[in-house]
Design a protein around this ligand. Structure first.
Ligand code: MRU
Length: 374
């Protein structure tokens, strides 16, 4: 997508043809105040980038892990090195299933590849995973934009009002995004729309990242505190809620950023459609009916709750404390919205009902149980 008028991706290989190439990311901990590109040179760089959320968002975590594995293989292509790199990367962030998906795919492919060819095979695979993600998100954009166009047709010339949570835009993927891909597609096609962006405490991915993306794509938007969503929904200021996912079970239960469930409950109470944009690699086919409780919910550093981070008056990033010294804090990263509250799941293969039958209608090859993968 566009930044300052230039097409940009959240991760890409840099370097001259014939020379070793390196993945380069946008350090998302510096946004929206600074666009800082960071080169990943080692497995440890990739691990750190995921753990400290220089890259984040389920699909981008998966793609970065694939590049991290390639960097490990460049240093040492042995079986032991591949296994230990996969272990290290999979320990970085537990909830997004794309991480496990990318690493299992990488490990499987590398074990079938002679050691002498593993470096190029690992980089080719990382590039393939990144390229596939772009196409998956582009396709989610087309399917989702169809829904938005149909909803807009029922309105009388007013802009379509959408509400989103966290950042499920192109920064959370390689390009386009999931929940924001339909917004970008529809906006580029001329649909009049406006996005309410919930700030997404404690890390403010909505206020910092989604707002920044929308600003650079010239999409009309307004940032609101998370607590405003119920009011917006109950006063007819929202036509549809659209979010991404870190892991969706085969039964259609949607795990996403903490706070998503509350929005789904309020949307249902107000009879407003609630959509989840779900790329195939974010579906955990191992988890079926009643098994969403097995999704590991990341618990992060309490300082993200007790402090607020932002740009200080002197132009440097700083944190200030908001809770009293000594108060306990808890920082759950994600929650699960049960399928019954989800109006529809938008995938790269089309839109379906949230549930096993709906998902299997789009992914019939999954009717027979298998471990993971698209
Ligand atoms: O903790 P984060 O910023 O990695 O959480 C990201 C989200 O919850 C997104 O909504 C999700 O990954 C969907 S990304 C297209």
């Amino acid at each position: 997508m566009r930044v300052q008028g230039r097409d940009t991706r959240s991760i890409r290989l840099i370097g001259d043809v014939g020379e070793p190439r390196w993945p380069e990311i946008i350090d998302q901990t510096r946004l929206p105040h600074e666009i800082r590109m960071v080169r990943l040179s080692t497995l440890e760089d990739a691990e750190r980038a995921i753990r400290h959320m220089q890259v984040r968002g389920a699909p981008l975590i998966g793609a970065t892990a694939a590049y991290g594995l390639a960097l490990a293989v460049r240093k040492d292509p042995s079986d032991e090195s591949v296994a230990s790199a996969c272990r290290a990367l999979s320990a970085t962030r537990p909830t997004a299933v794309n991480l496990r998906w990318a690493l299992e795919r990488g490990e499987e492919a590398l074990h079938r590849t002679p050691v002498s060819q593993r470096e190029s095979a690992a980089f080719d695979l990382a590039e393939r995973i990144a390229g596939e993600d772009v196409e998956i998100c582009r396709s989610i954009g087309s399917h989702g934009a169809g829904i938005l166009r149909r909803m807009a047709a029922e309105r009388s010339g007013e802009p379509l009002q959408l509400l989103t949570h966290c950042n499920a835009g192109w920064l959370a993927t390689v390009d386009w995004g999931t929940a924001l891909a339909p917004v970008y597609r529809a906006h580029r096609d001329g649909l009049d729309l406006h996005v309410w962006v919930s700030e997404t405490r404690p890390r403010n991915q909505g206020a910092a990242l989604t707002a920044w993306e929308l600003l650079h794509e010239s999409v009309p938007h307004t940032v609101v505190p998370d607590n405003a969503s119920g009011h917006l929904l109950s006063t007819s200021r929202v036509d549809a809620v659209i979010v991404g996912t870190d892991r969706t079970t085969a039964a259609g239960d949607v795990c996403n950023k903490i706070g998503t469930y509350m929005k789904a409950v309020a949307a249902r109470d107000c009879d407003i459609p609630f959509y989840a944009a779900v790329p195939g690699p974010s579906i955990d086919w191992m988890l079926g009916e009643g098994e969403a409780g097995a999704i590991p919910i990341e618990e992060r550093d309490g300082r993200e709750v007790s402090e607020v981070r932002g740009l200080g008056a002197d132009g440097t990033m700083e944190s200030v404390r908001v809770t009293p010294e000594g108060s306990a804090v808890a920082n759950f990263g994600f929650d699960v919205t049960p399928a019954r509250l989800v109006t529809g799941i938008i995938t790269e293969r089309g839109v379906c009902e949230a549930g096993r039958d709906g998902l299997l209608s789009l992914y019939p090859e999954r009717a027979a149980p298998r471990r993971t993968g698209p």
